[in-house]
Design a protein around this ligand. Sequence first.
Ligand SMILES: [Fe+2]
Length: 221
Amino acid sequence: MTKYFLHSTSSAKTEFPKELLIWNYWDHEHIVGTHFEHYKKVNIIYEDDKVCFSERWAKLPFVPFYLKTTDFCIMTNENQMDVHHYAFFNLIYCKQKFNFEEYAPNKCKVTKHDYIQVPKFMKFLQPLFNKIMQKWFINVWEEDMPMRIRRLRVWKLGFRDFHGIDYINNPKLNKSIDKNRNYTVKLPIPKITHIKNKSYEKTFLRIINKSKHIGYGLPDL
Ligand SMILES: [Fe+2]
């Protein structure tokens, strides 16, 4: 049967550095937290500084049950990330291409291209697929926004992963804010919230299913 790709494109401009957005996309821990309404489990089988091979249990639009997907994510180059998704005994195949374009210093535009492989007779679903994926992009984008804002804010205060902020840890130090601190990211991102199993895999389970604001709403530092 002849195969055909439905496609959709979404994009948004941000006030964030490119590296911060890449950090967000490569942070698998928040998937079962921030996006808990869509995901209940993530299992990383392998990852390094360019690829991540994982499994996700996702609730997709119009699918009434959790679907296990196998996902292969690649940093194709410093401005592009490709993701391949397989589901339902590999009968479903989707691919995504993310482009990161710094349109101004520390300001990045993200463009996402979605493709899903279908039999050619289903090409009439193109407008519907486009609409669903654009809505999905906006919903997930809005869910990610608070953690991006908070990450950039604490970064400017000198935050370091698993260390914190010096002047908070040591009250004798003066508060200092470096608005020009260059944002850097190093893949893979260190993780601590996975359950400890006997393999090298890292499994993250959803622990909340009611409050989407957990961890948010704290007073400014
Ligand atoms: Fe996210």
